[in-house]
Design a protein around this ligand. Structure first.
Ligand code: C2O
Ligand code: CU
Length: 461
């Protein structure tokens, strides 16, 4: 409603009469309240045998928020374990970051926690448990999260493809006996034997010839790095980890998608008829179909020009200036690695003792969360970290509360990340402006590596 001076006056008279309650009501209306339940046997999917696979989940398929619109999210834990929710990639206030042991106490079974934030950035994000994550994420505790742009981006269809990797046992149920398997923790983490998209086996999505699609790809696996081959039709990358590219970039190669990485793509379905286009993971010996686009009829309108860039989010550019802090982060350990000893909970331990504590990876010689942050900075400082992957394994480095720029040639130039895939032996320098006060994790998002030592934190005062 547009307020004319006249009804503005009427309104103020009314609010004077009614007193403060009216004003409170008006304010409360702007904050959207959402309830999320973490539960057993939610969002289950049907396995190859046709039986439902017993999983944990949120009580919805996707969460849609709007950029700049405050929300209150009440999370109720109906699981048999304590839990928490982390809003991966959202630059929220530190107390809302959902990291148990650092930013909040776990939500006990039967209890609730109120998360409050205003999404600053539009894009593709996800929410997931950040407590006993190696088990809870593998059991399915995650939720794709979309923050809608203030002005809708022009496409015919907008879909999320949340890709996951599950390990089922012979009984067709989740293989829970292998949670905590130290052999896997020291290697590539827990990988599964069945891939799904949106918790379905090879779903087919209806499209029309000539349509323009926005596909939001998200890897929710604990540890599997996917190599996603899109159909050979016009495709562009328009965003990475929720942040728009300055210029859409044509895509022709398969996309490397490490756990927690996201890509927003624009795909133009050709106007001439083809029945079906498949999206595959080609990272395995045999390509696996993840999903397909099934053409059913023709769109009314055609798209002639390439896609436009999305509007940029309000991120602080690190620029190319002299950093306030320069640090090296040496990643070591794992199978076939060079780890002889590491500091764990303040004590220097040899490899045998580390393994007894389920530790086998280290950042700068420290396994797991140190008492003190790896780096203490002031708000607004420019931070540069040279990450050296001195292991035989790939990793996906994730920083909480900030997005950063990196210099790996594999990625389109100048893009933002919250998660960075690094091959064994690779190095990369990341830069960011530490503008978000609080305690923020920096860890490998191959969750078994995190659990087995690859996690530290920085403090922004
Ligand atoms: Cu997606 Cu520390 O998390
Ligand atoms: Cu790792």
């Amino acid at each position: 409603m547009k307020l004319s001076r006249r009804n503005f006056l009427t309104l103020s008279a009314a609010s004077l009469l009614a007193g403060p309650p009216l004003l409170r009501h008006a304010l409360a209306d702007e904050t959207k309240t959402i309830k999320l339940v973490l539960g057993k046997e939610q969002r289950q999917w049907f396995g190859p045998s046709g039986e439902p696979v017993k999983l944990w989940g949120f009580d919805r398929d996707v969460l849609r928020l709007r950029q700049g619109e405050p929300v209150e999210i009440e999370v109720e834990n109906r699981l048999p374990q304590p839990s928490s929710v982390h809003w991966h990639g959202l630059r929220v206030e530190n107390a809302m970051d959902g990291v148990t042991g650092l930013t909040q106490v776990p939500i006990e079974p039967g209890e609730r926690f109120l998360y409050r934030f205003t999404p600053q950035d539009a894009g593709t994000f996800w929410a997931h448990s950040h407590h006993r994550t190696y088990e809870q994420l593998a059991r399915g505790l995650y939720l794709p999260l979309i923050v809608e742009e203030r002005t809708a981006y022009p496409v015919d269809q907008d879909m999320v493809l949340a890709l996951d990797d599950w390990r089922l046992g012979n009984n067709g149920q989740l293989h829970t006996e292998s949670f905590g398997d130290m052999h896997e923790w020291a290697h590539g983490g827990r990988t599964g034997n069945l891939l799904t998209t949106n918790r379905q086996l090879k779903p087919a999505f209806e499209v029309r010839a000539g349509e323009r699609m926005r596909l939001r790809l998200l890897n929710t696996a604990n540890a599997r790095i996917m190599l996603v081959k899109l159909p050979s039709i016009p495709t562009w990358i328009i965003a990475k980890d929720g942040q728009p590219l300055a210029e859409p970039q044509p895509l022709s190669e398969p996309l490397v998608l490490a756990p927690a990485e996201r890509y927003d793509l624009v795909v133009d379905i050709p106007a001439q008829n083809a029945d079906r286009y498949t999206i595959r993971d080609v990272g395995l010996d045999e390509p696996v179909e993840l999903a397909s686009l099934q053409v059913t009829g023709k769109a009314e309108k055609r798209w002639f020009s390439p896609p436009k860039a999305l509007a940029a989010n309000p991120l602080p550019e690190p620029g190319s200036g002299e950093p306030d802090h320069r640090l090296q982060l040496d990643m070591t350990g794992g199978a076939m690695g060079n780890l002889r000893q590491a500091v764990y909970q303040g004590e220097t331990l040899g490899v045998k003792e580390l393994i007894q504590k389920h530790q086998i990876w280290a950042f700068n010689g420290v396994a797991n969360m140190p008492e003190q942050p790896m780096l203490d900075v002031k708000r607004g400082d420019l931070v540069e970290i040279e990450i050296l992957n001195n292991t035989r394994w790939p990793h996906g480095m994730h920083l909480h509360g900030h997005h950063f720029k990196a210099d790996l040639a594999r990625y389109p130039k100048g893009i933002w990340h919250d998660t960075l895939a690094m091959a064994g032996g690779e190095r990369s320098t990341i830069r960011f402006r530490a503008d978000n006060p609080g305690s923020w994790l920096l860890h490998c998002h191959m969750i078994e590596h995190q659990a087995a030592g690859m996690v530290t934190w920085i403090r922004v005062a």
